[in-house]
Unconditional design. Sequence first.
Length: 143
Amino acid sequence: MTHDEALAIDVTVVVDVANVMGSRPDGWWRDRAAGAERVMAGLPGLVGRVVDGPDGGGMRIERVTAVIEGAAKAAASVPGIDVVRAPEDGDRAIVDIATELRETGTDGGHRVLVVTADRGLRTRLGDDVIVAGPGWLNTLLGR
């Protein structure tokens, strides 16, 4: 679907890399850092694009933040996106990032979209955070 760019809402996408990585059985469990790198490799190409959001409305991806945890923290950084190595657990880092982005947003037209299938994490996010499952992101990335 093609959207009028003027009507698209601006979003920052926060990716639960472990959750997205686990949604595809591509051998990520043998090398979590390499699995995270495979997920993150396509993320810079999303910045600036207008895409169908999970509800079908148009979204302009202004920024992408990828959150990695555990053994995946050894993954190389990816130019064009923010890579956050969670100091403790990824869920806590994602909640903190989403909260900070909501609180520092400069206008009401900017939203936060978190990519995860983790139900526990979804309940910890504010009602104003848009949530999409890994399938939404995998489709955008052609994975």
